[in-house]
Design a protein around this ligand. Structure first.
Ligand SMILES: [Zn+2]
Length: 374
């Protein structure tokens, strides 16, 4: 590119670049900066789980969690190259990568780590669902000839949700949201709406900085579960309702290890904003996760590796939001107001909230809908 900032098209003046750069760093402010907690003692003592990671890049570390099974765990307080968790599996015949992450740098980190451990042919990489933080690094796989798998609806939803954001005026996306914040009826509502506007603005910036690539190996949900024999390691791809309508998990029943994608957030309020998210569906999925027994290791979409206690916490969070929402409903509070009136109880004070209006707010709105309240 030209030096001295001489390129200054209408959408990319030096000033607007600086503006975007600082908005991107605002993503760090909007995203929970809580450092990643250490492994729970029960997991640190679990013979399947390695004491220390294979590689720790700060923004993410890769840890062995079973025979041929690795978890990539992001620490967003140290960088946002990956942002979500992922992992990889390999046997003697083949390997499978999990997640496209939020950037090609994230996907590259995981791929290189796999390559340092195994030369098994890579059968594919899987996006567990379409959301930007799991898919904006997809182009890396395309550039490296790695087939990209996902629920059949994922490509369409990536395109509809994110390609539509590219090349348009940022203020057209965030302006109406900022106006909503200004018009809010209460201080809580104003804060939630302002945080929502800034989060969507950050997603806009991330998406506009990305070369979108969509999965080329659609998985027909009617044909799941499917078994993958990697040579001594047998994984199953399964689909469940709850988070996005495109969710696929990777489960290794013989070793009791599950890569859940965003069907599990560890120590974070479940993110339910998606038009296809379902609170009742998600709760039943979490109960299914619990049915796999006390020894199950979960690699959540966000947060530290956990056992069933992480699943139980998500159920407890849904229960608490429901109890408070029921009270609000019974005292005549309409859904649009109730969404801002949940109070985080003392016992959940250390549970992260990605953005109120992407998690607690829509959970309340969806519960009201499930009760048939218009
Ligand atoms: Zn998600």
């Amino acid at each position: 590119m030209e030096g001295n900032g001489s390129y200054s098209g209408p959408n990319f003046s030096r000033r607007s670049f600086l503006g975007r750069a600082s908005q991107f760093s605002a993503l760090f402010a909007a995203y929970p900066l809580i450092p990643l907690p250490d492994l729970a003692l029960s997991l640190a003592q679990d013979s399947r789980v390695a004491q220390s990671p294979v590689v720790d890049k700060g923004f993410a570390a890769v840890r062995k969690v079973g025979d041929g099974l690795y978890a990539t765990i992001s620490d967003t307080s140290k960088g946002l190259q990956t942002m979500c968790n992922g992992g990889f599996l390999y046997g003697k015949d083949a390997a499978l990568l999990i997640e496209g992450f939020v950037s090609p740098a994230g996907a590259a980190f995981q791929h290189e780590t796999l390559r340092s451990l195994s030369k098994a042919p890579i059968m594919g990489a899987l996006d567990t669902h379409y959301h930007f933080d799991h898919s904006m690094g997809n182009a890396y796989y395309g550039a490296n000839g790695i087939a990209l798998w996902a629920h059949a609806a994922t490509a369409k939803r990536i395109w509809e949700s994110y390609a539509a954001m590219q090349g348009v005026d940022r203020s057209a996306v965030t302006g109406p949201l900022e106006a909503q914040a200004k018009a809010a009826k209460s201080e809580a509502a104003r804060q939630h709406a302002a945080q929502y506007a800034s989060t969507i603005g950050n997603i806009f910036n991330t998406v506009n900085a990305s070369v979108i690539a969509v999965p080329n190996r659609p998985l027909d949900p009617a044909k799941l579960p499917v078994k993958l024999d990697l040579g001594g390691v047998v994984a199953q791809l399964e689909t469940y309702p709850g988070h996005s309508g495109t969710d696929v998990i990777v489960r290794v029943p013989e070793q009791n290890v599950v890569y859940t994608g965003d069907l599990l957030f560890n120590n974070m309020y479940p993110v339910t904003f998606d038009e296809q998210a379902s609170v009742s569906g998600w709760r039943s999925t979490l109960k299914t996760f619990l049915s796999w027994g006390p020894d199950t290791i979960f690699i959540p979409g966000h947060g530290q590796i956990c056992g069933p206690e992480g699943v139980q916490l998500s159920l407890d969070l849904f229960d608490d939001v429901e109890q408070q929402a029921q009270k609000l409903h019974k005292s005549g509070v309409p859904p649009e107001d109730a969404a801002d009136q949940y109070v985080v109880p003392e016992k959940f004070k250390n549970v992260a909230i990605f953005a109120w209006s992407l998690s607690i707010g829509p959970t309340i709105a969806k519960l009201y809908k499930e009760w048939g309240v218009k």
